[in-house]
Ligand binder design. Sequence first.
Ligand code: A3P
Length: 344
Amino acid sequence: MQQPKSFPFDIRDVEERENEELCKYFSGVNGKCNIQVGPKKYLLLSDYKNEAESIYNMPLRPDDIFIVTYPRSGTTWTQAIVWLLAYDLDFSTANKTPLEERSVFLEFPMLMHKVLLDKLKKVHAGKEEKLKALDLVSVPGTVQVAAMPSPRIIKTHLPMSLLPPSLPDSCKVVYVARDPRDVAVSFYHLTSEFQSFKFNGDFKSFWSLFVKDLVYWSPFFDHLKEAWEMRHHPNMMFLFYEELSQNLSATVKRIADFLDKEYTAEQLDDLCTHIKFDNFKNNPSVKMNIVNLRELGIMAPKGEFIRKGKSGGWRDYFDADMSREAEDWIAKNLQHTDLRFPTV
Ligand code: A3P
């Protein structure tokens, strides 16, 4: 009898011509680092291979909460909200302990690829503390997650199909989506500052890769649609960044209800004040994470996670041709689905 495969998808190198295009712009990775996974060809970095099977088969706990997003869709914001709701609004710990420690980023070690690690180890040669910190951020995500206390709030940008197939039957999942034009602008800024990728080019070049699904964790629309199809599952919540930004308190209340958490209106108001953009931007637990990444050289000195926090900011980056192309691209991809982005 044939044994069930423990990881059912092919992992391939990116086709030569596309890889050349990728390497032309993403100077942080060397050409051998780019892989595509499964029939949808999710673009990831090759160290994902070390963890693909462990992630796919990771033991889940019934009180786990996954936060699943395409990058730059409001992950950090949602992590902060969900963590506080799950942990009895413990603002004191939330202010003291870095968010990424309280809510581990499952596939982060994939970003610490050999090219980057070798470079950073040279930069920090002889500095024991820094070298130890580099080792720590390279510990496999499933190992980090196994050591987390319950309830675990787990962050990932992996699409649903690459996560354990028992999701969302076995525990709750919050999926957050955002208008791809704002996602692209935000991701462009991050990848330009983030040394794992180090995008060298203007926004137009980034956008042209984005619509060709040649940006990491793409294809964008397959990522969203996989979760959208599961949205009626009682353990699944499909949220839009735009809902958080247009009506924070009502959306936070919906998340609390989804997590079966009861808080008074006053308590939820306190939570909203805590995670409102201006306060959140200066939140020590978010800053600690950025400072750590900057000091290690993973993030450029001016790199920010929390940037503008607006919906519709893409209009400053798209000329008329790009706007038209974007509209067509979105319409084409939404053709056979009732998924729609809230209008802003
Ligand atoms: P911008 O770059 O458009 O400002 P992620 O956490 O998935 O990487 O998403 C990052 C995006 O969410 C960034 O978008 C960031 O500014 C925005 N964001 C983070 N916290 C926010 C908050 N409290 N309010 C509004 N937007 C927030």
